[in-house]
Each structure stands twice: as C-alpha cells, then as structure tokens.
Design a protein. Structure first.
Ligand SMILES: [Zn+2]
Ligand SMILES: [Zn+2]
Length: 343
C-alpha cells in the first residue's frame, strides 16, 4: 500500500512509500481508510517541532470501514464503518492509565507518531479502540471525530460553561471551529475570533452557526467582549491558535477568576504575559489530545448535528498530493484538509 512516512527526525523527511498491507494480529483490526485529516500535530511533526518515532506513517484523524479482523475480535465485523482512538498501546497500570487518562501515560504509543498511522490505504489498531459510526454520520465527516473528541475532552472535562456564559474561542482553525460548536452545544454564548488571514475560516464559523464571529484586525475584540459581559470579561476563553498574541488576547478578554483552556500547541517556546494571567487568578487548563470517554460524547454531538464537521472539510486530496495538502493546512487557506488513499 501507499503511505506517507516520516522517514527520519529533523525538519522535512516526509515521503510517500510503498509498504506491505498490515495484517491484524489477535485483538487487532485493520481499517480501510476512507480519509485522514491533516492535524496541526502533523505539521509540527513535519517541522520536527513535535516528537515522532520514525520511520512511521503519519496520520491519526481517520475513519473508514473494517477490512480485516484478527482472532478474538467480536466488537466489530468486516465492512463496519468505524473510527478509532489513536492509542495503540499504553502501560495500563500507571496512575494516569488507571484514571482513564491514557493520553498522559509515559508509555503511550499512538498511531501517526509512534506506530503506523492512517495516511495510508490501511491502518492497524487494537479492536478495543475502534468505535462504530452512527448511521447518519458520513464516513469522511467522521474522520474528524478525533479533533471533536479533543475539544469535547478539554471543554466538557475541564471548563464546562454555564448556560449563557460568554465563551471566547481564539483561533478559527479546525480545532477552534469544533471548540466553538461544542461550547455552543453546552449553552455558551460563543465568540469566535481570528485575524484577516483567517477570512475563509471565519466564514466557516458563520456557516456552522456561531453567533459572534470577528476578524480582530477589523473589529474591536475588547469592546465586543466588554459589551457582551457588562465590562466583566469572559468567564471562559479557549486558546486554539497556539500563538503568543492569541494567548495574550485570551488573558486580556478573560474575566478575573475566569478559566483559560489551552488547546492550541505552540510548537516552540513563546513569550507571553503570564503576570496578567496571575493577576487575574485565571484557572489555566492544558488539554492534550483526548481520553476514551470523550469519544462517545464526540460521536453523539456529531450524530445530533450539534457539531458539524462536513462543512469544515474544505479540501479532499489524494495521498499523492500530500505536499499540497500540508502546504494548504500550513497556509490556513482551508478548513480541514483530508487526504484520501488513491484508489
Ligand atoms: Zn489531531
Ligand atoms: Zn500508563
């Protein structure tokens, strides 16, 4: 099969290679990949700003149908439409694992970083990580279940808004567009902020029904939040851009004692005004990846139409055009870019 491989550490070192089709061992499932989304993490791995264990097939945001099952697999059958959690193996015994937080296990090996992922025709995963898709959920749209689970984990586990609370989402990339929808589904009055570079993505925010969508290079974000909160500031700010100015803006727009949820990854050390966060006694939560309990929540939100991912997928390219896809994702000129195996 064709697969997009990180061949060595260091910037670049991505190549399309022909690999043997994976064969499921006991308890394993091979998924025929319908599509796999390009994540910010993939861009960070390409730039060597995020650790991977080459040679490894990248890609962890996927859905497809079951192509083969190994011995002892009863959860799913061949032909079932599925998505998968990215965890390939964990220690299972550390405090984090026992608390249902495999994303924090030091022994965690995930598809797309440690073991072969889904920028390929097939991906092999443990059967207990596979989830059947709700009937009304399109398979390609379900490739975004992973980012939905990430945002569901961060927002619902750490910073659930009270109904009517103003929630600011800074950064209208795919994560921001999903986070905004989840915060809205939780009852928040959502304000999505981007810059003039994000014109297309801000339009996607309007398309999926986010009530307040603003380009901060044109509109006065401080004034907008002040007007919506009687000058108090937002009780919840969600940083999804992974840039220092966005972080500083989030701190500025937060109300004293409010919550800052950090979802964006910066990929490097950055200089931000932490004193401003301290002086406001903000509660600062990092949210990294997702936990297993977030997956059914994500699928429920998607099946109910409360989180729409299909409109966010604005580019679908064959795997052979991965370089164009990565460039588009880096240029922020699209919503989610999805690569599909060339048939
Ligand atoms: Zn991802
Ligand atoms: Zn562990």
């Amino acid at each position: 099969m064709q697969a997009l491989v990180k061949t060595a550490r260091g910037p670049g070192h991505l190549a399309l290679q022909t690999l043997p089709d994976p064969v499921p061992g006991p308890g394993e499932v091979v998924i025929s990949v319908a599509g796999c989304g390009i994540c910010g993490t993939d861009l960070h791995i390409e730039a060597d700003e995020y650790a991977s264990v080459p040679p490894v097939v990248l890609g962890h945001e996927t859905a497809g149908h079951v192509a083969a099952i190994g011995a002892g697999v009863h959860q799913v059958g061949v032909g079932d439409r599925v998505t998968t959690q990215p965890f390939f193996s964990i220690c299972g015994t550390c405090e984090r694992c026992r608390a249902g937080r495999p994303n924090l296990c030091a022994q965690r090996r995930s598809i797309g970083t440690h073991v072969n992922g889904a920028f390929a025709e097939y991906v092999k995963v443990p059967a207990h990580r596979v989830l059947p898709l709700p009937e009304n959920l399109d398979t390609l749209a379900a490739a975004m279940t992973e980012p939905v689970a990430c945002c569901a984990h961060g927002i619902l586990d750490y910073a659930p808004p009270a109904p009517g609370d103003v929630a600011v989402v800074s950064g209208p990339g795919p994560m921001g567009l999903v986070a905004a929808q989840i915060a809205r589904a939780a009852g928040a009055e959502v304000v999505l902020l981007g810059t003039s570079d994000d014109e297309r993505r801000l339009a996607l925010g309007r398309q999926v029904g986010i009530p307040h969508v603003h380009d901060i290079t044109r509109d006065d974000a401080d004034g907008i939040i002040a007007a919506l909160t009687d000058g108090q500031g937002a009780p919840l700010v969600i940083e999804c851009a992974g840039t220092a100015p966005s972080f500083d803006q989030c701190v500025r727009l937060a109300q004293p004692g409010g919550t800052l949820l950090q979802i964006g990854l910066y990929g490097k050390s950055v200089q931000v005004d932490l004193d401003a966060a301290i002086i406001k006694e903000l509660r600062l939560f990092g949210s990294f990846g997702q936990v297993p309990t977030a997956w059914p929540r994500a699928l429920d939100l998607m099946a109910a139409g409360k989180v729409q991912t299909a409109p966010l997928i604005t580019a679908v390219l064959p795997l052979t055009q991965w370089a164009d896809g990565f460039a588009a994702a880096r240029a922020k000129s699209e919503g989610k870019v999805v690569l599909i195996p060339a048939g």
